[in-house]
Design a binder for this molecule. Structure first.
Ligand SMILES: [Zn+2]
Length: 242
């Protein structure tokens, strides 16, 4: 994966160097990787890519206030869920590099049609950021930014939420999230177009609240891009932070 070496942030490049010294297991099935394999073995990669939603179907049907378009590349189920758990819980952020080429292609084919002023990662709950030390939405936003040559702006902050969202129903999440985000900068967002970026879109409650925060400050247009989307049948009940 040549792309990995040339455009990945330093932390990811460092991981590639480490691999020359310490062999790594597949991020999913734990079989040892060949030196030219990154993140997961070819077998696991093909299982993951079966969950690819495709460019045409990348659009997520929604009725979320404040959002126009929503897109997601993968279906959040099976091995994809396991991989995201590994990234979040075991802090294997470099596994996100598996998706950089897909992100680049989607950015150029689909997102480039829309003239965004900035890309805005959805922030983590402050407590979660402390335990994980990184926000995967920021890593994904940086990759879209590189492809589109549009800046990332960390415009949104998030208040600490007492309750874990994964325990709540869709309706409870919407109430719980009300006022969760705030605008971090006094810089105007009035009349501007934004692309929100998140790792996983579950009910869309988080994205809706983030979009509303920008719209209430006068943003003209807000879309959402997520790496993965919970399939509709499981959307109202399974556990995911977003
Ligand atoms: Zn594997």
């Amino acid at each position: 994966m040549g792309h990995f070496m040339t455009t990945a942030p330093l932390a990811l490049y460092g991981e590639a160097l480490m691999r020359l010294i310490f062999p790594a297991p597949c991020g999913l099935c734990k079989t040892m990787l060949e030196i030219d394999e990154r993140g997961v073995c070819p077998n696991c990669k093909s299982l993951l890519w079966k969950l690819r939603r495709g460019h045409a179907e990348g659009a997520v049907q929604h009725s979320l206030a404040g959002l126009v378009h929503a897109w997601a590349l993968f279906s959040y189920e099976g091995p994809f869920k396991d991989l995201m758990a590994s990234i979040k819980i075991l802090k294997k952020r470099w596994l996100l590099a598996l998706f950089f080429e897909e992100i680049r292609q989607f950015s150029i084919q689909q997102l480039q049609k829309s003239p965004y002023d900035a890309i805005v990662p959805i922030p983590l709950d402050p407590g979660r950021w402390l335990e994980r030390e990184f926000n995967q939405a920021e890593i994904l936003a940086a990759e879209i930014s590189r492809s589109l040559k549009i800046p990332v702006k960390n415009l949104l902050g998030k208040h600490s939420l007492a309750e874990k969202q994964s325990r709540l129903s869709k309706k409870e999440r919407l109430i719980h999230l009300r006022g969760a985000f705030f605008l971090k900068t006094k810089n105007t967002v009035h009349g501007l177009r934004f692309l929100l970026v998140d790792d996983v879109m579950t009910t869309g409650a988080t994205a809706q609240e983030a979009a509303k925060t920008l719209k209430n400050a006068g943003a003209k247009h807000v879309d959402l891009w997520a790496l993965a989307h919970t399939p509709p049948a499981a959307g109202n009940r399974t556990g995911s932070p977003s």
